[in-house]
Design a protein around this ligand. Structure first.
Ligand code: SF4
Ligand code: SF4
Length: 724
């Protein structure tokens, strides 16, 4: 992992009397230390990757506090880690991205929640729901309800977030149940302050270990027959204990005036969006001084029936603001009202949509409909605001975005995964299409133009498994693609072992780029051991061979011709079982983060530094742009042609080029055109460089060509040369 959080980590050492300033996710990290956790772990994924990155870089501080840190290989491992709190009075926290991570962790989570815990156990999930989400749209609430795990959804402001972490551990211990702290993207990144407390050491930790293991107690196992007892215990003891704790500690908040014939019940995490719209209506301000009685659910499961009934008792109607479907909370509130024999009219999904993000405009429209129904004239102000925002959006769409072509997300400049898809595209031209199972990771960008490859995505590391039946029903052998992150997360066992076991006739391409790049460049087991990383350099090829994969080839990612040939061989091989190609090339984002500062230092010290990049000869380029369609590199763009006989714009490599060599490789492999050349830009050139540049210029002039204007430090190579 190449990003440094050392400045932020200093805030984790603040103590009583200090004021913490910073981001929501850092506040959560500090709150964990203030809560006396004995162990932490997790699996990376937006928007909570930051939490794990910071903990990894704060290992010194964790060591001082005796906190054990685990880099889990997937979310199931993280959930299983919480088993320490089943038998021992130690607090622990793990983190992952939801909903996908919760799906992976579901088995361990069910077993954990059945057995229950003695020490506080907390799962911090990044709720990736709504616009900008990178995963399927489902809610963590379903898991909380079905497994009887309490779900905290704090109001996004730092003192509330910190309080909910600290109280969350107490709630977990008071009710013998793990808790989930749900953080939406904006809650992770909200900035603010809170009054810090001292960090606490756990009584037992890696610095003060238990002398003896826990005594054997069958009741702590989630195994029949005690699972029947545990199920009853959830309902008869743990749930009432949780509700009593939530009520007595006022974890939920009732804001605004005590009187009022209408009210709002809102998920804590949605409060800021709601408050902003109330402010537009003149019913609140930026500080949350609300003019409508509002019940904020900082705990969305379990609800506390007495609290809900007391809030609704004197109201004609309440609006439930619950983002996403199904309407778990609204339905339960309806049941509570019925049981309490209250006639309060219930609104929610009748004025707000069942699916999709509750953006400010969506909430404003629903709130306006609710206020209108109950004769509140503030609705008119909201309608005006919605109309103004929509008019502005129409103007932007018409005047700004309309002339621009769609710009799908794509690989970074110089990404090692792009050349593999160029090779696959070239092979498709030659041999026709094959079924391609895509996977989760940066390589999923290949589902967008110019590659448009991929027939299904079934989950992280699941591509090969998802091709099992396809390989048995297709005339042509299917292809699966998977990153090294996905391989270690799930692909090795679920995909490769299953494929060997069943002798599936499939081809798998594993991108060995060295990291889980899509989540912020974290180490995986095969990452090279370096710097502060945890990589152990586990060998993918050995792992494959140990499972009995007989056909394994490792190919340098940027060698398009070799990759195309290897793909062709794999698709035509007579070998039984899976055929695996390891595409070896380091993530360019990670590489540039490492290389650029080192180069800048070398240049400043006056040392000779050579940087390669590519160049298109505008006189040779015909303007058909086949290179762009086969590469998709953001650096490979177009510029107006200076030749009046060539009206089409010519290809042009802009200054972002990192010299990965794909342009030259693609032109060569596709026998496109000779317009590409590799340039070496030499900073702090030595005498030999200057002599060669002058000699080259003189020779070029002698043969009627023109010398490069910056001849002393730029030397065009005569032919495309693949980069190192
Ligand atoms: S982060 Fe790395 S692997 Fe991902 S697109 Fe960028 S260069 Fe490629
Ligand atoms: S060499 Fe070509 S593909 Fe590679 S970064 Fe430069 S322009 Fe992009």
């Amino acid at each position: 992992m190449e990003v440094s959080f050392h400045r932020e980590i200093e805030t984790l050492r603040l103590g009583a009397g200090d004021t913490f300033h910073g981001e929501g996710i850092m506040a959560v990290t500090k709150a964990l230390l203030q809560s006396g956790v004995a162990y932490v772990g997790g699996y990376q994924g937006a928007p909570v990757s930051h939490l794990l990155d910071v903990l990894l870089q704060a290992e010194d501080l964790l060591g001082e506090l005796g906190i054990h840190l685990e880099t889990c290989t997937n979310e199931a491992a993280a959930a299983a880690m919480l088993a320490a709190s089943i038998n021992y009075p130690v607090r622990g926290a793990v983190t992952w991205k939801s909903i996908v991570g919760t799906n992976v962790a579901a088995d361990a989570l069910s077993n954990l929640s059945s057995a229950g815990v003695i020490g506080g156990a907390m799962i911090i999930v990044g709720e990736d729901y709504g616009e900008g989400a990178s995963v399927i749209q489902e809610r963590t609430q379903a898991y909380a309800v079905k497994s009887s795990v309490w779900l905290l959804d704090p109001r996004p402001e730092l003192p509330t977030i910190v309080r909910m972490v600290e109280k969350g551990f107490e709630l977990s211990e008071a009710s013998a149940t793990p808790v989930i702290l749900e953080l939406r993207i904006r809650a992770c990144h909200v900035f603010g302050t809170f009054e810090a407390s001292d960090n606490r050491r756990s009584e037992h930790s890696s610095a003060n270990r238990f002398a003896e293991p826990a005594r054997f107690d069958y009741a702590r196992l989630s195994h029949p027959p005690v699972t029947f007892v545990q199920e009853a215990d959830k309902v008869n003891r743990r749930l009432p204990a949780a509700r009593a704790f939530i009520r007595e500690n006022r974890l939920n908040e009732t804001l605004g005036p005590e009187d009022g014939d209408i009210g709002i019940i809102v998920q804590g995490g949605m409060f800021n969006v709601l408050n902003g719209r109330l402010a537009e209506a003149g019913l609140s301000d930026a500080y949350g001084d609300i003019g409508v009685p509002t019940h904020v659910l900082n705990v969305t499961y379990p609800l506390v029936p007495e609290e809900i009934a007391a809030f609704c008792a004197d109201k004609r109607a309440v609006l439930v603001v619950e983002e996403g479907g199904p309407d778990f909370i609204e339905k339960e509130i309806g049941q509570i009202l019925r049981h309490a024999e209250l006639g309060t009219k219930l609104h929610g999904k009748d004025v707000l949509p069942m699916a999709g993000e509750y953006s400010p405009v969506v909430v404003a429209s629903g709130l306006s409909a609710f206020l209108t129904r109950y004769g509140r004239n503030e609705a008119a102000r909201l309608d005006e605001w919605v109309e103004a925002v929509e008019a502005h959006s129409r103007t932007v769409a018409r005047d700004l975005t309309a002339p621009l072509p769609p710009r799908p997300p794509t690989f970074c400049t110089g990404c090692p995964e792009r050349p593999v898809f160029s090779a696959m595209k070239l092979l498709r031209e030659e041999a026709g299409p094959v079924h391609v199972a895509a996977d989760i990771g940066c390589h999923a960008f290949a589902t967008f133009p110019p590659f448009s490859q991929g027939n299904s995505i079934l989950g992280y590391g699941m591509s090969l498994a998802s091709n099992a039946a396809v390989s048995g029903t297709q005339a042509k052998r299917p292809l699966s693609v998977m990153g090294d992150g996905g391989f270690w997360h799930n692909g090795l066992l679920t995909g490769v072992a299953g494929s060997v076991f069943n002798q599936d006739d499939s081809v798998l391409v594993i991108f060995k780029n060295g990291y889980t790049s899509a989540t912020g460049v974290q180490d995986v087991p095969s990452s090279r051991p370096q710097g502060e990383g945890r990589g152990r350099g586990l060998d993918i090829e050995s792992a494959l061979k140990s499972l009995g994969v007989g056909w394994v080839r490792t190919v340098h990612s940027y060698s398009v011709s070799t990759m195309r040939k290897t793909l062709r061989d794999a698709l035509g091989s007579g070998e039984k079982g899976p055929k695996v190609i390891i595409a070896d090339g380091e993530c360019q984002l990670a590489r540039q983060r490492r290389v650029r500062p080192a180069e800048a230092r070398a240049v400043a010290e006056g040392r000779r530094v050579v940087r390669t990049r590519f160049w298109v000869d505008p006189d040779v380029c015909t303007g058909d742009h086949a290179c762009i369609r086969l590469s998709g590199c953001p650096s490979l763009t177009v510029k107006p042609s200076a030749d009046p006989l060539k009206p089409e714009p010519v290809a042009h490599v802009n200054n972002d080029c990192v010299g990965c060599g794909l342009c030259g490789e693609v032109s060569h492999a596709a026998q496109l055109c000779p317009s590409f050349a590799r340039i070496e830009i030499i900073r702090n050139p030595n005498g030999w460089d200057r002599f060669r540049a002058r000699l080259s210029s003189a020779l070029i002039r002698l043969f009627g060509g023109y010398a490069a204007p910056s001849a002393p430090d730029a030397r065009p190579a005569p032919h495309p040369v693949p980069a190192e």
